[in-house]
Design a protein around this ligand. Structure first.
Ligand code: ATP
Ligand code: MG
Length: 410
């Protein structure tokens, strides 16, 4: 191992654990092809981090000095995407290798142009050197490169040391500034801490406790994507506990947080935790999970609290649920958007709940034929597990499905 300058450490191929056997063939093809064409080409981000940790990477990202148009010239199976920053996607059937041109950091002169008044980066499309590309990344462990030219690992930010220590540390001296530039980094800190079991460096931890308000500046559509990564990657329960610990959950789901904070018995928190634990188990078992069910789960307590007074006021059960669901959803959308294709089935899951209690005549058959029946039944099971629905009711429906030849393998 040697230092190529004060700020850069280069680890040669025989002194790190990354083997080409563990890199996807398509990623290697992209790296070799770019190199052949005379460009720099390096693996970067979660792929390098996870390989060094001996974990299986989720995907492989490539960084290069080739411009997006050059990348497209080299690969026929390539599409350029992104408005904020142009990226090249090289397609190999199902697998997409993302190729990003080295991005520059902000020098003072340009800074006012790149930041909004509260320090958030709105435009970020300047190219830079490899070192600049490293410095604008979020955590040191995410800024490690695997260089296809000599198979070495390049570390500009002290990521190798942090990786060894199991520590998440933002690049740069001012963590709060980095969170202000992009508040989604706060959620990324939680996600990586939950996923990797890493600690968060104390200086990077403090703003998490104090500056959750920054999340209000993030577009609701981007938060939707991050919420799915937090709760549908198999680490949802961990992520939920950490988000609550740092006071960030309430910035994403304020109505739910109110219910959790004012809980007078253990129900709401048990319900969300159990639901997330079930979801994590399904992910680990490679069973499908859906955003519709996830959001139904996360927003159920506020819906329920709104439902009871409406039903008491004499509204029919179904109408009360429609109205309660509509109100809770409308308020939620200003924080985290939920596309209609997920919010519609989410509302069905809620609206079907009162119908599980109507067991007369042909009603059960009709309910069982509903496209959202299975999800709604799973939801009922969860409610019963938490003491909010009668176990006898679940038993009835379980028997009913058995008798009607439905498979209940779920
Ligand atoms: P995983 O794919 O396992 O979730 P990852 O670290 O690869 O984790 P991606 O979202 O795929 O995360 O991003 C790839 C890389 O891009 C990151 O490792 C990081 O270097 C950089 N990056 C992503 N998002 C940001 C951000 N908000 N600010 C700075 N750098 C970022
Ligand atoms: Mg990645």
């Amino acid at each position: 191992m040697y230092r190529d300058s004060d700020s850069c450490r280069i680890v040669p191929r025989d002194q790190h654990g990354i083997s080409r056997a563990n890199i996807s063939e398509n990623a290697l093809k992209v790296l070799y092809r770019l190199k052949q064409e005379g460009y720099q080409a390096l693996l970067v981000g979660g792929g390098v981090r996870d390989l060094l940790l001996g974990r299986e990477p989720k995907d492989f990202d490539v960084a290069t000095d080739a411009r997006p148009e050059d990348v497209r010239r080299v690969f026929r199976n390539c599409r350029l995407i992104g408005r904020r920053f142009r990226l090249a996607h090289v397609h190999f059937g199902q697998e997409i290798i993302e190729v990003a041109t080295f991005r520059g950091g902000g020098d003072e002169e340009d800074a006012s142009d790149r930041h909004t008044h509260n320090g958030m980066i709105v435009r970020d499309n300047r190219y830079g050197t490899l070192e600049e590309d490293a410095m604008r990344r979020d955590f040191t462990v995410n800024a490690l490169y695997y260089n296809i030219a000599d198979f070495s690992v390049i570390d500009y930010a002290g990521g190798l040391e942090d990786l060894k220590a199991g520590r998440l540390r933002l690049i740069g001296d001012e963590p709060e500034h980095r969170y202000r530039e992009d508040p989604v980094r706060m959620l990324r800190a939680i996600r990586f801490a939950a996923k990797l079991g890493f600690s968060i460096d104390p200086a990077c931890e403090r703003p998490l406790l104090e500056r959750g308000d920054l999340l209000s500046g993030v577009p609701a559509a981007r938060l939707f994507v991050e919420v799915l990564k937090l709760f549908l990657s198999g680490i949802g329960l961990h992520a939920f506990e950490k988000l609550r610990h740092y006071g960030l959950f309430g910035h994403l789901f304020p109505a739910t947080e109110d219910c959790l904070a004012y809980e007078d018995h253990a129900f709401p928190i048990t319900f969300v935790s159990r639901g997330l634990a079930n979801t994590d188990r399904r992910v680990q078992e490679d069973k499908p999970v859906t955003p519709a069910f996830l959001f139904a789960l996360l927003l159920w307590e506020p819906v329920r609290r709104r439902y009871f007074p409406l039903a008491d006021r004499g509204l029919a059960h179904h109408d009360a649920m429609v109205q309660a669901g509509g109100e809770v959803l409308a308020a939620q959308l200003s924080r985290v958007s939920i596309p209609k294709r997920f919010s519609l089935p989410m509302r069905e899951v809620w609206e079907l709940q009162p119908r599980f209690e109507q067991l007369d005549g042909k009603r059960p058959q009709r309910l069982a034929a509903h496209p959202c029946f299975r999800a709604a039944y799973d939801f009922l099971v969860l409610r019963a597990e938490c003491g909010e629905a009668e176990p006898e009711l679940v038993d009835w429906w379980t028997r009913f499905q058995g008798a009607n030849g439905e498979d209940s393998a779920g």
